[in-house]
Write a protein that binds this ligand. Structure first.
Ligand SMILES: Nc1ncnc2c1ncn2[C@@H]1O[C@H](COP(=O)(O)OP(=O)(O)O)[C@@H](O)[C@H]1O
Ligand SMILES: [Mg+2]
Length: 326
């Protein structure tokens, strides 16, 4: 587990959780959607190239198609921005596409961000297009910038443009997420977030996720004084890392860390927002479920605890010293 200093990003938890899993869920213009549905019903696709601005659903639709037409053994996922050179095409993509599948499952090479491939690498894909139809192999590719794709390569794809989602569609999806998560919010705050980050749906969801505190959407985070809470959280993450990943058994280490927390809590312990810290812990993807189960117990107690700081510290002691007593 890495300790994320000052990263309120929470690893973009909602982004993956709310990545649409089916055609019904994804927001797409009607024609494209109908065409994709047809392909899924036919159990076949041409080579497909999706282009458009970031956060419009290109990677998502690709995964939906792959899941519908192929399986793990018959799909290859390559990110063109990370694997840019001709070797990727020669040694990985082409050999993969040259094999046929054992049944009528499609063999699909998904080249996400194909505009990251060098022109040479793109051109070395050319020949493979000619052979693949016969074998039943297909290519799905995405890119932001269509002009970076060699014309000779473009012409081998069926191309779809992903237009930016309009505000209303984004709002509907945001409200769906917030309602499913049982978050309190005002539509105005959601609209402010949308207008700041649109049309990139990824940015909208990521930032909305970041602004949830205590099951409430808090748009103006600067109004909350959370400096102490953040510092305490970082110490706790360090303790958890030592305890569960590094298996540090040195009791003295934990005593010192706990003393530090007491120092930060200081003389006015009831002014600290403990729920904020609990919340950050339970949505941190790097923390084990067994720890979250314990923390959750103390979150529930927080509501009725007379001395919230004592309840909070008891939760931390429980995790560090008696993690098996759930
Ligand atoms: N058309 C869409 N409909 C619903 N959600 C979307 C759509 N586009 C993007 N999203 C949201 O944004 C995230 C990123 O989308 P992604 O498909 O990775 O975008 P990109 O076009 O950059 O590949 C997804 O996890 C999903 O939550
Ligand atoms: Mg993408």
């Amino acid at each position: 587990m890495k300790v994320q200093i000052n990263d309120p990003n929470l690893k973009n938890y909602w982004l993956e959780k709310y990545r649409p899993q089916s055609l019904d869920e994804i927001v797409l213009d009607e024609n494209t959607k109908m065409k994709m549905k047809e392909y899924i019903d036919m159990k076949d696709i041409p080579h497909l190239l999706f282009y458009g601005l970031p956060g419009t659903g290109k990677t998502t639709i690709s995964y939906i198609l792959i899941n519908a037409l192929s399986d793990i053994d018959n799909s290859l996922i390559i990110n063109g921005s990370d694997n840019r050179g001709i070797d990727t095409v020669r040694n990985i993509i082409n050999p993969f596409l040259e094999c046929s599948s054992m049944d009528d499952t499609k063999r699909i090479a998904f080249i996400d961000e194909i505009d990251g491939l060098t022109p040479d690498a793109q051109m070395s894909l050319k020949k493979i297009f000619e052979d693949t139809g016969r074998i039943g192999s297909r290519i799905i590719a995405t890119c932001n910038d269509i002009h970076k794709i060699q014309p000779a390569i473009q012409s081998r794809f069926e191309i779809y443009y992903f237009k930016p989602l309009d505000d209303n569609e984004i709002l509907k999806r945001c409200k769906y997420i917030l309602d499913t998560e049982n978050i309190q919010y005002t539509e105005n705050d959601v609209l402010s977030i949308i207008s700041k980050f649109k049309p990139d749906m990824r940015d909208v969801i990521k930032n909305m996720n970041k602004l949830i505190i205590n099951r409430r959407l808090v748009y103006d985070i600067t109004k909350m004084n959370i400096a102490k809470e953040e510092t305490i959280l970082q110490i706790i993450l360090q303790m958890f890392d030592n305890r569960f990943n590094k298996n540090n058994q040195d009791q003295n280490f934990y005593r010192i860390m706990i003393t530090k927390i007491h120092e930060i809590i200081g003389t006015d312990p009831e002014r600290i927002n403990y729920m904020y810290i609990f919340n950050r812990i339970v949505i941190d993807e790097t923390i084990a479920y067994s720890v979250k189960i314990i923390i959750n117990k103390y979150m529930i107690n927080d509501q009725k605890a007379m001395i919230k700081s004592a309840n909070f510290m008891a939760g931390i002691y429980n995790v560090i010293f008696y993690p098996n007593n759930i």
